[in-house]
Design a protein around this ligand. Structure first.
Ligand code: PLP
Length: 367
């Protein structure tokens, strides 16, 4: 017997590094994209309350109506009016991408993944017997897509680079999608985590073909709740909703109550968390610049992504072995010579300690 090789060939650099780091004493973990800040109390309380009142059975299959309404209201603030029927509640942002691609791609069809991109995107087309092409925006705009291309998947603020695409670029991508009749999946899970300019959504340029992916995971430090959503044109969302049947019957009932509290409650917790991330970003960038590594200052999300101008896999493994620091090589994100740091998972003093260790490591390596 043999497992379908499309599945057995799935790899994860993030999980590999996390696995190697686990159990190492005093290891500084900058691998998983998970914040170390606690989930705000009012969200926990709402979740507990849901459990206490016996909210433990199958909820509505596309999501509990008040949460779908709250999501529609939240996403409408970006400029396009949505209502409940535009929204599917999913088991996290990744599940929303999976559902969208399941709804859009037949075996052999292609998704353009705008580079650099989150590594987990890679395995979804594999699972669906579809194809992916990791491509920069400039290269995509310069060519006519093959007939098999059906979708553009874009993420801003970006994991791993922290880049926020400006309006001009987004408009060009939207026009390209219109010209070649492509769907757009806009992954906006970091839409609240920005430090200067507020991100703009591509949905405004192509509402008839854009699907927003989002989640409470990062904004409210709720990665374990596994609640996200897909928001898009009604005529497609209805059909895509059926794909939820092939993955799970519906999403966790009491976690949805927590997500509802997150979206409808006081938003000062988000401001506080983002202020903390900004301090961490600034410190990490200062230390990266002192090392002389080339790195664009992240405008949002939770990562710094320097170019270390050498093969990042051996570097990452050696850094773990000798300096006890776990980071992620950039190869699965589309860049062989970059490495990704997550500054949401280390305190300010840990970031300082991390870069003290890196300085020492680099000096020893030069000898
Ligand atoms: N999209 C991007 C760009 C991400 O970085 C992540 C998680 O790291 C996700 C989607 C998935 O979010 P969730 O944890 O809600 O599935």
């Amino acid at each position: 017997m043999k497992i379908n090789e499309n599945v057995s060939s799935i790899t994860s650099a993030v999980r590999k590094m996390a696995g190697l780091a686990e159990g190492r004493k005093n290891c500084l973990r900058s691998d998983l994209g998970t914040p170390d800040l606690p989930t705000p109390k009012h969200i926990i309380e709402a979740t507990k309350k849901a459990l206490d009142k016996g909210d433990t059975q199958y909820p509505a299959f596309l999501g509990i109506p008040p949460l779908r309404d709250a999501i529609a209201k939240y996403e409408s603030k970006k400029g396009v009016a949505f209502e409940r029927n535009n929204v599917i509640v999913t088991q996290g942002g990744e599940h929303a991408i999976f559902l969208a691609l399941t709804g859009m791609l037949k075996p052999g069809e292609t998704v353009y993944m705008i580079k650099p991109h989150w590594e987990n995107y890679n395995s979804i087309p594999l699972t669906l017997w579809a194809k992916k092409e990791t491509i920069s925006i400039q290269d995509m705009l310069a060519k006519k897509p093959e007939k098999s291309v059906k979708v553009i998947l874009i993420n801003s603020p970006n994991n791993p680079s922290g880049v926020i695409y400006d309006k001009k670029i987004l408009q060009k991508v939207a026009e390209y999608a219109k010209q070649h009749d492509l769907f757009i999946i806009s992954d906006e899970v970091y839409d609240q985590i920005y430090f200067e300019e507020k991100p703009y959504s591509i949905v405004n340029y192509a509402p008839e073909r854009t699907f927003i992916v989002n989640a409470v995971s990062k904004t409210y430090s709720m990665t374990g709740y596994r609640i996200g959503w897909l928001c898009g044109p009604k005529e497609f969302i209805g059909s895509i909703g059926w794909a939820i049947r092939s993955t799970l019957s519906c999403c966790n009932s009491f976690a949805q109550e927590g997500a509802l509290a997150a979206l409808t409650g006081n938003q000062s917790c988000v401001k506080e968390m983002v202020a903390e991330y900004k301090k961490r970003r600034d410190l990490m960038m200062k230390r990266i610049n002192q090392l002389g590594w080339e790195c664009k200052t992240p405008q949002g999300a939770l990562y710094c992504y320097p170019n270390i101008k050498q093969d990042s896999w051996p570097f990452a493994l050696e850094l773990l072995e000798k300096a006890n620091i776990s980071i992620v090589p950039g190869e699965p994100f589309g860049d062989k010579t970059h490495i990704r740091f997550c500054y949401a998972s280390m305190s300010l003093s840990e970031i300082d300690e991390c870069f003290d260790r890196i300085e020492k490591f680099l000096k020893e390596r030069k000898k």
